[in-house]
Design a protein around this ligand. Structure first.
Ligand SMILES: Cc1ncc(COP(=O)(O)O)c(C=O)c1O
Ligand SMILES: [Zn+2]
Length: 413
């Protein structure tokens, strides 16, 4: 646990007191998201390769010395993080690169990487003595928040678009959240949630607004580095919606360098779906600001036309020497069974989008034969079964007779 030094606007650099509960910079408006600052030189005494090697906690709280939670009693008791990082020799051979790693973040307690942010968000709400916490979400941040709020005894009020997959809505209801299904897209749900949060004074877990949440997400980068014995990959590929996960990954690799634990930041590649790719557009045109647009993709979690964390997301890509790329819905769907069959990791459409992006890069000759590449799989395939079924064929149906089976399979038994 650490008390941050301050919060700093990503656009104008103005600094704020971390205990002031300011979310975004009043001078820059909601575009002015805030970075959490720590005394990382001082933190080196308490978190370094040696302390981490001796730390047996299989959770993101092993990085607590650079997480903004101030009271141990605020930490919800639901294990999060330290998800597996697999090496896939078959994928590296198939796509002609040095090594492919798959970070299976669908293994978190509610099935997505968002649990990293929710655990920190709920802890911050408890630090601040808040009783109600709220967010708008395409689905995963919502189901994740409802789980962590339940454990912490907080009331959660959640706004999701009407199109949110049924499994995610079921999770919300099971965890006891007040669920508001908004008749509109994610942007509409976000705007309604923002007005309600303002009106009723709930704690705001919207990741693009609350600076502490990206801190939770940065632990994914820290784990990747630690699981690779601090030899960071050359490239990290990640799906992008609002731009919080990609911002978190950059912050994680950045903090590790500032702590003197690692020596470089990987090229961070963000992948969006063709029908919802405003950040790709801004990257390609070199724009200073993102133009919000429509969102239409099968990958519901990244169906975001108005990415609220655009400033940090573009910084992550530009500063790390990475890029933003887009993939088709067909590419996303095809990547679900391929990833599962090659690695055993079953991803929801957005989760498989990192793999779809990597495949596209490899096929375009953008990857090198020695590159070590980590793919972040952000959500579990069981979250969206109807989409997964679109990616695969039908099962064989038979009468419960061997003869019938023999006929269908075309085999002699
Ligand atoms: C599974 C999954 N992947 C990727 C994303 C995109 O993350 P971000 O909105 O932080 O860019 C989300 C966000 O909901 C998600 O749930
Ligand atoms: Zn500002």
């Amino acid at each position: 646990m650490a008390r941050p030094l301050g919060l700093k606007c990503v656009l104008c650099g103005r600094e704020f007191d971390p205990r002031s509960m300011v979310y975004t910079c009043p001078d820059c408006g909601s575009d002015g998201t805030l970075d959490v600052l720590y005394d990382l030189v001082d933190a080196r005494k308490r978190i370094n390769r040696k302390t981490l090697a001796a730390d047996t906690r299989p959770s993101l709280w092993r990085y607590g010395e650079v997480l903004p939670v101030e009271k141990a009693s605020s930490i919800p008791d639901l294990s999060v993080g330290w998800t597996p990082l697999y090496s896939s020799p078959s994928l590296s051979a198939k796509y002609g690169v040095g090594e492919v790693f798959v970070k299976d973040d669908g293994r978190n307690p509610t099935g997505s990487l968002k649990d990293r942010a929710s655990s920190v968000g709920v802890a911050k709400a408890a630090d601040f003595g808040q009783k109600n916490i709220s967010c708008a979400s395409t689905g995963n941040a919502a189901s994740s928040l409802s789980g962590f709020a339940a454990v912490a005894g907080l009331k959660s009020i959640i706004f999701v678009p009407r199109s949110a997959p049924v499994a995610k809505v079921a999770q919300l209801l099971v965890y006891g959240a007040t669920v508001v299904l908004v008749n509109g897209d994610y942007a509409k749900a976000f705007d309604l949630a923002s007005m309600a949060i303002e009106k009723w004074g709930w704690y705001n877990r919207n990741c693009a607004i609350n600076p502490f949440l990206v801190e939770g997400k940065k632990t994914c980068a820290m784990e990747i580095a630690e699981q690779l014995q601090w030899n960071v990959p050359d490239i990290v590929v990640v799906p992008v919606g609002d731009g919080c996960i990609i911002s978190g990954l950059y912050k994680g690799f950045f903090d590790l360098m500032e702590l003197g634990i690692t020596a470089s930041i990987p090229r961070i590649v963000g992948v969006q779906a063709e029908g919802a790719s405003p950040l790709v557009e801004a990257y390609e045109t070199g724009a200073e600001k993102v133009q919000f647009g429509p969102a239409e993709t099968i990958a519901d979690s990244i169906s975001v036309g108005a990415p609220r964390n655009w400033a940090k997301a573009l910084r992550a890509v530009r500063k790390s020497g990475g890029e933003m790329i887009r993939v088709s819905d067909k590419g996303i769907l095809d990547s679900i069974p391929e990833l599962a069959r090659e690695t055993g990791v079953f991803a929801e459409p957005a989760g498989a989008t990192s793999f779809a992006g990597f495949r596209k890069m490899a096929m375009q000759g953008k990857t090198g034969s020695r590159d070590r590449i980590a793919l972040v799989v952000t959500g579990n395939g069981l979250k969206d079964i109807p989409s997964a079924r679109k990616a695969v064929g039908e099962p064989i149906e038979v009468e419960p007779e061997l003869r019938d089976l023999e006929k269908v399979l075309g085999l002699n038994v």
